[in-house]
Design a protein. Structure first.
Length: 242
């Protein structure tokens, strides 16, 4: 079970039908958002109880654990929508993972792929850091990321890896056809075998004297640039102005 206290995350969990019970404290009486969430829970037939422990905030939701999608379902969704998938090569910090999922959801990406080993799961911290954005994505957990990338390429995906040493800058490269954007983990970046599965590599245009960026910040730049180019290409195909 997951326990959530972030109101945005609780709202998304309620929409997804993941909330089992809701606990409200005395502070909920003067917290309009918490009171509204409690009312929504009651309407959905979800038990709403008094907070068992004082000082834990106005509201807490007890939720079922996060449910992962299958790679097959993610591929079907991509083929239907042409959307972007973010693949994460051993991102281990829950705050980073949550921030990346929040960005991916806000940008309109359709899903994310993480590896089982040496990677962070979608924990309550991740879910809350994503502000419930994890609920807006198809998130797949795979045994082997390289193998998953190979499978996605067989299904017609173009894979762009991110590396601060890459020759091509993301704003200058053609990212409009990218299906999968691969981000490396904290510290080591992408592994060699993951890099070998990428069709090409791009980087964020940082200054030469200080090229390093936090993975969640780099992901934000690259995800939004990729989505910008995809939308611009769509406008061109429809005859619109870019």
């Amino acid at each position: 079970m997951m326990r959530l206290t972030d109101k945005n995350a609780i709202a998304e969990a309620l929409k997804a039908g993941r909330v089992v019970s809701l606990h409200v404290g005395a502070a909920a009486r003067t917290d309009e958002r918490a009171a509204r969430l409690a009312a929504l829970a009651r309407e959905a037939g979800i038990p709403v109880r008094d907070m068992p422990v004082k000082g834990r905030g106005p509201i807490e939701a007890v939720c079922n654990d996060f449910e992962y999608a299958t790679l097959e379902s993610l591929m079907d969704a991509r083929e239907e929508s042409g959307g972007l998938i973010v693949a994460l090569d051993h991102v281990q910090d829950p705050m980073n993972l949550g921030a990346i999922l929040r960005t991916a959801a806000a940008a309109g990406a359709i899903g994310a792929v993480i590896e089982r080993k040496r990677s962070c799961d979608v924990t309550p911290v991740v879910y809350e850091t994503s502000c419930g954005g994890a609920e807006r994505l198809l998130i797949v957990k795979v045994a082997n990321l390289r193998q998953a990338l190979s499978t996605m390429k067989e299904r017609g995906c173009w894979v762009a890896g991110t590396d601060e040493r890459a020759k091509d800058v993301c704003h200058d490269a053609d990212m409009s056809g990218v299906s999968v954007l691969v981000m490396g983990g904290e510290g080591e970046g992408m592994s060699r075998i993951t890099r070998e599965e990428c069709d090409y590599l791009v980087r964020v245009p940082t200054v030469e004297e200080f090229p390093s960026l936090n993975v969640s910040v780099a992901a934000g730049v690259l995800i939004f640039e990729t989505m910008r180019q995809k939308r611009a290409l769509g406008d061109k195909k429809r005859g619109g102005r870019v």
